[in-house]
Design a binder for this molecule. Structure first.
Ligand code: ATP
Ligand code: MG
Length: 468
């Protein structure tokens, strides 16, 4: 099937219908964007400097889109006719980055303005004289994309119509080649050109469609939505390091819960998180509750300006897959605790083949999970030692998360909530109560405390395999 699709790619490009060779130009009477208002002064200065040096330069992409929607842009991207080397020559504080796609980063303290040279869509096949600059694999996926082009060509090779708007800061004009303003008005995510072809060129565009739909509350236009379910498995071929970056953007932008729903709807979750997708099938209630709650907590923390860690997120996404994996290993003769340890190791390393989670995050995933086994064991000095553990907080939050998804821990979360607030003498009493209890060896408190209504200290979490 893919071969057939690729053959169809060899026919003349079919993307013309969404783009125009002359843009619709909106003057400042027709749009609300103003130089100096909500626009980074560094971005403005980069544009002006390039224009002054004789190049074309515009603000482009997400910042123009977000400004039109009255949202605060995450960052400011510049598109220019200057090559990366020419851009670098204009700025002392500039660095050329990227291979697949060469860009210049201009640094101003902590702010980075990303400057990209206008690019052209390029012919298929390897015989092309530019093949060292631009290349595709046999399914049409773009491997390198460094053929420079005109502004019109640059607009055509962008992903969505709403991302192909250019703002000339000096003249306060918006150039619209792809009816992006129309789609912003109608709240539509629409690929430029033939959707299937554009997804084959770069399957990550399917994730981007979902990300923008969730973030902006837009709908994916029906022709752009139609091929996604069929093409979703192509994400398996995307380099794991790139997918890690994309997954963070999906889940750490403040719209993770809605994004998760859309990923499920379009069949994009399984190729990213195969073990979690299997857990969603085998144990749907618990798995969905736990993942949703973790994502909702993440969204809330971002809204409140609190820090979030990818480790916690990955710990939650993978946790529901642990019990089944540990059970398999036990069935092959491993003792329960080593089976859990081995299952954790296997799950994380398999996940890393899909999504390259760096070591600095995989270590804490394990620690958050290990904590779940340790939190029930509180006798003697153990509770105080655990409190001092730098991973306690994440472990405790994870415990609450598990409980909120339906794990019965015998009120362990409430116990730890009380313990953190208790005075020294109260703490000693709490530990004594444990040791006098027959259930102490498991660490579970004697009876459940008033569940649910208590004020809890956190909202995130960690643990050992539990299952429903
Ligand atoms: P945000 O920064 O808010 O997440 P954005 O639209 O600015 O959204 P970036 O990833 O910063 O997204 O990319 C900047 C612009 O580059 C996009 O608006 C789009 O025009 C273009 N672009 C990015 N990725 C792709 C892609 N995979 N295919 C085609 N064009 C792309
Ligand atoms: Mg951007």
């Amino acid at each position: 099937m893919l071969k057939k699709l690729f053959q169809s790619l060899r026919s003349p490009l079919r993307r013309a219908k969404h783009t125009r060779s002359t843009p619709e130009v909106l003057s400042n009477r027709q749009h609300p964007l103003r130089r100096g208002q909500n626009i980074s002064r560094h971005a403005t200065s980069v544009v002006e400097r390039l224009q002054h040096a004789g190049y074309q330069a515009y603000l482009v992409g997400g910042c123009v889109r977000d400004l039109l929607l009255d949202l605060e842009p995450k960052d400011f991207d510049v598109a220019t006719s200057a090559t990366p080397e020419q851009v670098r020559a204009e700025f002392r504080n500039a660095r050329v980055i990227g291979r697949r796609f060469k860009l210049v980063h201009v640094h101003f303290g902590r702010e980075i303005i990303e400057v990209a040279t206008f690019r052209a869509g390029h012919p298929q096949g390897d015989e092309d004289e530019n093949s060292h600059l631009a290349a595709r694999n046999e399914s049409g996926r773009i491997l390198r994309d460094n053929v420079y082009g005109s502004l019109e060509e640059d607009a055509q090779r962008r992903d969505f119509t709403i991302n192909a708007l250019y703002f000339d800061v000096t003249g306060e004009r918006i150039l619209d080649y792809a009816r992006g303003v129309h789609d912003i008005r109608n709240r539509l995510i629409r690929l430029i050109g033939d959707p299937e072809q554009r997804y084959l060129e770069d399957p990550v565009r399917m994730l981007r469609a979902v990300r923008f739909a969730a973030k902006l509350g837009f709908e994916i236009e029906k022709h752009s939505a139609a091929p996604i379910v069929k093409l979703a498995p192509m994400l398996r071929d995307i380099p794991a390091a790139r997918l890690f970056d994309e997954v963070l953007k999906l889940f750490l932008a403040g719209y993770a819960e809605r994004t998760f729903e859309l990923l499920l709807h379009y069949g994009l979750f399984a190729p990213l998180f195969p073990a979690s997708a299997a857990a969603l099938k085998h144990n749907p209630g618990y798995t969905e509750r736990l993942i949703r709650q973790a994502l909702a907590n993440t969204d809330l923390r971002i809204q409140q300006g609190k820090p979030v860690t990818p480790a916690f997120l990955f710990a939650a996404l993978l946790w529901p897959a642990l019990p089944a994996r540990a059970a398999q290993l036990q069935a092959r003769g491993l003792a329960p605790i080593p089976a859990v340890q081995e299952a954790a190791h296997e799950l994380i390393s398999e996940q890393c083949q899909r999504i390259a989670v760096p070591k600095r995050f995989t270590m804490p995933i394990r620690e958050i999970w290990d904590m779940q086994e340790r939190l029930p064991r509180r006798s003697g000095k153990r509770a105080d030692l655990l409190l001092e553990n730098p991973r306690f907080r994440a472990g405790y939050d994870f415990l609450l998360l598990r409980e909120s998804a339906g794990d019965d821990t015998g009120g362990l979360g409430d116990w730890w909530t009380d313990y953190q607030d208790a005075s020294d003498s109260e703490r000693r009493r709490m530990i004594r109560d444990l040791t006098s209890s027959p259930s102490d060896s498991s660490g579970a408190p004697r009876k459940r405390r008033r569940g649910g209504s208590r004020r809890r200290r956190g909202g995130d979490g960690t643990g050992t395999p539990a299952g429903e």
